[in-house]
Design a protein around this ligand. Sequence first.
Ligand SMILES: [Zn+2]
Length: 140
Amino acid sequence: MTTLLETTVCNEKTVITNLDIFCNVLQRHRKYLCKFIEWELGICVDENNKCSDRISQEEIDKCAREFMKHFVICENCLQSDTNILTKVGKRQVKKSEIYFDCNICEHQTPVRHERLASLAFENIVPFIYQNKRGEWDVSV
Ligand SMILES: [Zn+2]
């Protein structure tokens, strides 16, 4: 299997060397992937992408694949060109209404991972605004 996240070891701690590039490619803010890794592995990831423990390459990559499955890959066409948003058109958005929108086939995949949905909800809802046409929209 291809390596997704590259790591190195510094003072017995794992550092993810391409985390920011990886997140840019996936069009997801790094905080989502860092949190996901923290939940999955029970560690902390600091702002320099250094883990609080030594983690194997396999474990880190497993996290990356799970993250993509839950939060990036379109369930319809299996492409990764998607954007996180909510169904717009109303002001009140529920946690169960966090989707990612496919830029290839336009399918909306619901975020079924409870904690990722909560995290996205907390980060998206403050950015809902009324656009010039008077419709409710999100600015993320
Ligand atoms: Zn798609």
